[in-house]
Design a binder for this molecule. Sequence first.
Ligand SMILES: [Zn+2]
Ligand SMILES: [Zn+2]
Length: 610
Amino acid sequence: MATSTESHPYSPAKASSQQKIHLGQNLCFLCRQRPVAGRILSLSQAQIEAAECDIPCAGCSYAPRPNFWCHHICYDILQASYEPQDQPTMQDLERLANATKPSCKPKFIEGDGDVDSAWEGLSSDNVRKVILHSFGHDLLYRLPDELRILICKFVAPCWYLIVLGETRRLIQTLRYNRETQWPTLRLTREIWLSRINYRGTRYVARLNNRPLEASSITDQECITLPDSLSQIVLLIDYLGLRGIQFVGHDSVPLPDGSPWYEILEIKDSQCLKINVDYNSIYVRNVNLISDEPSSAYRVWSSPAIPSFRMRNYHRIRDNPRLHYMKIDNSTRGLIAYCSNDVLIGLHTFTGLSKTFREFVHLMYKRANGSFKYWIYFPLNKNEHLTSAWVRRFAFRSAKASRPAPVIQTSLGRSVTFGPWHLNTDVELYEYHALVDGPDGAISGIFHDGLDPDSNYITEFGVTCSDVYLETKMRTPPMNTDIQPLTLSSKERGIQSWYVTRASLHGLVMVRICTDRDQPHSPCLGMLLFYRDEHIESLGQVRWDKDLTQEVVHPTFLENATVDGKPYIKGVYGDIDRNGFHSELGQVQELPRSGTIAWWFGQRGDKIVIY
Ligand SMILES: [Zn+2]
Ligand SMILES: [Zn+2]
């Protein structure tokens, strides 16, 4: 194996100056891992020193940093795998870094494809030379697939397997692929495409309207366009184009597991042309060449996009990626995730499905603030959503207005997916009505909470049925008639409380949500079941926590304190009265009527009866 030479432009001897640089969320373009303190290389500066960062790091949020950088050791091991005359040049590395740059923050895709890349590395000849005496490749190939996947999961992410496997293959592709990608294509009867593997996904490598010459016949596929083309559906993610569907008037686009679908409507199917955005390795995206601009709302998380009216849509920015969820008989409720007083995500709840678990996982990945809260709003049998508003700050720019959806149902129940505010602050807010006179019940909701370009939900809309409803409310519910019992002057200026409320009349049972991951196992919230069989929720009802403890005729609450903050320690029924031993002053009795409100936020949890 060759070694890197002293004469290379990245040689430490040529480093002009050394300063500690904060690299933020950027990842090494050779191994896709985070920086470590110490020597790194950038494409614009010979050699720099990476700072040691805290999480979160203030220095990373404002300091200028190089567009592309790599670990010194990744660079060394890559160069050492070539003969000196074949080593990648600075131009090769710059093309690679540009081609593989994701279009979103790396934290959203960090780890994606690492297992596939580990397998490619383990099976590559370059790695075989490195681990020749310690790893039996022949034995590895004899293992069943399940065990091989387990081994790859165990070793991933592994920086040198990625550098010597996938990264090296991409550099070879950049240098030696002879197939031309034309920037403009006329859409003829047939379109030919080839594919390339990257991070466990098959991306479209080339698009052409005649067979690709440099690819073997098995490496390419031919798509025949329908006679009357109505849509081109692009299957995309944060790196590039995964597929393309040409949809006729009598067919529907199909989902394939891609995170996003860009739908290009075809007005005139004669003489169609497309621009191909190509990054030297694979196709990033495709644009339609047309006199008419494409819709600003063309990217959705599903290819079956809803039909909505602009009056039902609170819109702030152009070209958002939108996520649509139907509200139907299978919808048991809505779940919202808030962090730092803004709404990060909102999802329908139909049970503990794979979709729900993926949503919870994504929310944890997205919100990096220290205060995170869940709001669960159950929907009852035959109850439908009748009214919706977006509450926002009145005197701020649209982008800083912190929109919070407010929803009301046919049973008069309501929820605000955002923090509570004081009645004296009413004039600071305005409510934008989403449902108008002629609109029927809300049949679905959509928002931009899954869009990696948005830090929180700014776009929110609803779809409505055509059946007119009498039960619509004209004025939004504000919860300004209640407030936490003790509100110090310090607390008054801070939007730090969330509140959920319910009636105590007719309550027969509660189901407690307990966080057993915390040593003091606090009650986070509860589901309330009533004599008339309807359900309410209080506090944070979290389906990813323990929701098994049931209490019939809840009569007492036990309050406690941890780190100076109040929390709810337990809920007890009438039969527990004699055996109840908590200290005096910590017990709170629940009456059989009135309103119960569960306040929660960064100052703890309190239950107040009104
Ligand atoms: Zn690296
Ligand atoms: Zn930093």
